[in-house]
Ligand binder design. Sequence first.
Ligand SMILES: [Zn+2]
Length: 282
Amino acid sequence: MMAVNRLGWCRAMAVAAALLGVAPAVAAEEPIEIFDAHLHYNWEPKPLYQLKEVLELFKKNRVTGILATSRPNIGTHALMDAKKDGLWVVPFIRPYRIRADIQTWFNDPASLDLIQDEFKRGYYRGIGEFHLTGKAAATDWVKKTVDFAVAHDLYLHAHADDEAVEILMGQNPRAKIIWAHTGFGLASDRVSDMLTKYPQLWGELSYRSGITGAGGKLTPEWRALFERYPDRFLLGSDTWINERWVSYSDIMAGYRGWLAQLPPAIATQIAHGNARRLFAAN
Ligand SMILES: [Zn+2]
C-alpha cells in the first residue's frame, strides 16, 4: 500500500517537474567540481594516507584536479605515476628537502639546484609552495628562482605577504604568481589593489579569513571581490599537516557552502574554471 502511494507520488512529482521545466528531485545535482590548487602530499617518511586512499578521497569530494606538491617531491611523483582517470594532476616543484628549509631556502644555492634537477622530469608546471616574508624575498637566489620560472613558463606558488609579492613581481615583471592564502587576513581593499596592479597574480583561498561571516554567509567585501575579479581566484585544501587530510571533506564542503551563494558562472570559475584555464597545456 505504502509502495503504491509512494510510486504515485513520485510520478506526480516527475510530471510537475517536467511541467515546470526542471529535473525531477530524484536526479540530484552533483556537487560542483573542484580543482584543489594547494595540495601537499608530503612523504616524511610516509604519507598519512596511502595513494589509493587519497585518490578515493578526491573522488568522494568531486575534486577533479590538483595542484600537487610534496616534501620531498616523491609524493608528487607518486601522484603523477598513478595516472588516475578523472584526476588532473598539475605538478609543482617543492624547493624543500626537509621542513626546516622553509626558513633558509631563499639564501641557499641548494634550493635552485634542487629545482633545476627536479625540472628535468619534464612535467612540472610551477615552483612552490615556498614561503617568503617581506624583504626575505629580495635575495639573489630568489631572483634566480623567479627568472628560472619565467624562462621555463612556470608558475610560482608563493606563501608570501604583499610586500614579498611586490618584490617578486619587481624581480621579473613577467612572473606568474599563485598567491597562496591571498594574504591571510590582509584587508580586502589591499587584495583588490594587488590584483589590479598585477594581472598575473591569482589568489588561492585556503586559510583566507573574511570570506564568510555569521552563519557562513558571504561577506559583502568578498562578494564584491569575487564579482570584480571572477577569473583571479582558486581554491585549495593546504594539506600541510595530517589534520588537514582528516578534515579534507569538511574543507571542501566549506567552499561549496559559499560558492553556492555566488552566481553560478562565477562559482564555476572559482571552483575549477580558472585552474583549467591557467594550467591548460599550451
Ligand atoms: Zn601550503
